[in-house]
Design a protein around this ligand. Structure first.
Ligand SMILES: Cc1cc2nc3c(=O)[nH]c(=O)nc-3n(C[C@H](O)[C@H](O)[C@H](O)COP(=O)(O)O)c2cc1C
Length: 211
């Protein structure tokens, strides 16, 4: 299966800024002709934690299971990430289908401190469930002044940062996931050619052979 991502925004407020910011990262991924599906959480029926999973929960679990990685965007709400994002995470199963997946985090806030607390808390929870949180999170402060009604970003530096989050995800996948997947496919194909290349390669990652 090819590289494909899932993205979601933790605000269901009509006209919310979290989705506007996330749309830039999604656009950057699509510009590079990589598939990304955006889950609109205002349209997904999720279960409260501990109750049997609703159809929406099963659907997002499948999407994340099949995805190479995810971009999670959250608003800063009351000094943390939104309960919508928490509910999304709760619906990903226990153990979580996010485990082992690279996750890029984006936070937006009306306040001048930005979404620093939201991102710290979200990083902790994502790491706790076993996701590989990319180090370069992006926090956007004063977000309501940075986007117009149509979702156009009015600040080039902010746009660059958000698009950079998408490229850091692509770089991570390129450097860490693609090589592994290619090697697994090669090995499964039954070809022994890779062993010759590996044995002939100078140093690198080649472990030393027993005497
Ligand atoms: C319930 C709630 C709590 C909020 N708490 C904070 C906060 O603690 N710090 C802050 O900077 N902005 C706070 N805001 C403002 C949001 O950051 C602001 O609405 C921003 O646009 C991101 O949310 P949105 O994606 O829903 O637009 C809060 C908004 C709501 C609705």
């Amino acid at each position: 299966m090819g590289i494909r991502f899932v993205a979601t925004a933790g605000s269901v407020r009509p006209g919310n800024f979290t989705s506007k910011a996330l749309a830039l990262a999604v656009d950057e991924i699509r510009k590079r002709e990589v598939e990304i599906e955006v889950i609109d959480l205002s349209r997904v029926h999720l279960s409260l934690p501990g109750l049997p999973p609703a159809e929406g929960a099963l659907r997002i679990r499948r999407l994340i299971s099949d995805a190479t990685g995810a971009i999670l965007a959250t608003p800063e709400y009351h000094g943390s990430y939104s309960s919508v994002i928490k509910l999304f995470i709760e619906n990903l199963g226990f153990p979580s289908v996010l485990a082992g997946k690279p996750v890029a985090l984006l936070g937006v806030a009306a306040g001048q401190i930005g979404a620093v607390k939201a991102l710290e808390h979200l990083r902790g929870v994502c790491s706790h469930v076993g996701a590989i949180v990319l180090p370069a999170v992006v926090s956007v402060a004063g977000v309501q002044k940075l986007f117009d009604e149509s979702g156009r970003c009015l600040d080039p530096a902010t746009e660059k940062n958000i698009r950079g989050l998408a490229t850091s995800m692509l770089d991570y996948v390129h450097n860490n996931v693609c090589a592994r997947v290619a090697m697994e496919e090669f090995v499964r194909s039954g070809s022994t050619e890779w062993m010759k290349h590996w044995a002939d390669s100078p140093g690198g990652n080649r472990p030393s052979r027993p005497a």
